[in-house]
Design a protein around this ligand. Structure first.
Ligand code: NDP
Length: 276
């Protein structure tokens, strides 16, 4: 048994809504690791100094949430290729010679889709709504699964086109505005990576993009359905899921990076679902 538990935290602005302390608390209990995990509400102007102070005072790892993921990339001396591709870091670990940054969001999403929800992504047609930080973070791992085609649609079409251009070496990917979404046949997977659900609205999705075999997935999560999953169900989607699984799976990836052990996510996902 360690004398002093290792210290971890999630840093964001705001951060009081974060489920990470609950999730990592369950992982720690399950794996019998002695650690503490708290929330740090830090404004952008103070991000770098607070991160440096946390690690200088013996902190072992941080999860990074909105709006700090790009700043976290800059404070990390070393970055994994997936963090480099995403241009964003959501997990920082202390190493002897500097801070190490990773991005586990995309791996978390892919694990939820493939292992928890039983989807095979190879040769599928994917529509990704949104071109912000979350979309950027998941693009590399999604394209790594070998979909036939991935379309990024965003309110600001230029952002989607730029993102598609940046990722074009990784697969068949195109960017456009919502009004230019490919209308020929429905997609196998429609991912909502916009923050529209947080405003209780949905992006203007043209009819015909979803069908009875489409899985609609909202990266946002909350109590019950989101505006997007409600819309998807009423529009005839085969299945509609919220982002709880992604949240728990990306946390498990962070835990693995810090502690060298992969927790069992199933009981944690069950617990989160029961409490939400
Ligand atoms: P960003 O602020 O970086 O990006 C927001 C995106 O949403 C942009 O593409 C923006 O379009 C679009 N948008 C905002 N409002 C609307 C609207 N009313 N209609 C259409 N599009 C809109 O946010 P993030 O990328 O960080 O987060 C996006 C979502 O993903 C959030 O709901 C967040 O909670 C969720 N998320 C979930 C995770 C999980 O583990 N489940 C992990 C990370 C994020 P424009 O460019 O035109 O402004």
């Amino acid at each position: 048994m360690q004398a002093t538990p290792d210290r971890y935290a999630v840093i964001g602005y705001p951060v009081k809504h974060s489920w990470s302390p609950f999730i990592h608390g369950m992982f720690a209990k399950q794996t019998n690791h002695a650690l503490t995990y708290t929330r740090m509400e830090v404004a952008p102007a103070d991000f770098q100094s607070e991160v440096e102070a946390f690690f200088a005072n013996g902190g072992r790892g941080l999860n990074v949430t909105v709006p700090h993921k790009q700043a976290a990339c800059l404070v990390s001396r070393y970055r994994t290729p997936r963090a480099e591709i995403a241009g964003a870091v959501n997990t920082i670990a202390a190493q002897a010679d500097g801070l190490f940054g990773d991005n586990t969001d995309g791996a978390g999403l892919v694990t939820d889709l493939t292992r928890n929800l039983g989807l095979t992504l190879a040769d599928t047609r994917i529509l990704l709504l949104g071109a912000g930080g979350a979309a950027r973070g998941v693009l590399g791992p999604l394209l790594g699964e070998g979909p036939a085609y991935l379309e990024i649609a965003n309110r600001n079409a230029e952002r989607a086109i730029e993102l598609a251009t940046e990722f074009r070496t990784l697969g068949e990917v195109r960017g456009c505005g919502f009004d230019a979404i490919t209308a020929a046949g429905h997609f196998d997977l429609v991912l909502n990576a916009t923050s529209a659900s947080l405003q209780e609205t949905i992006p203007p999705i043209p009819p015909g993009v979803i069908g009875a075999t489409t899985l609609c997935y909202d990266m946002a999560y909350g109590k019950g359905d989101t505006a997007f999953t409600r819309w998807a169900k009423s529009a005839g989607a085969g299945r509609a899921e919220t982002g709880w699984g992604m949240l728990v799976e990306q946390a498990a990836e962070s835990f693995f990076l810090w502690r060298g052990v992969k927790p069992d996510t199933r009981p944690v996902l069950e617990a989160v679902k029961n409490q939400r």
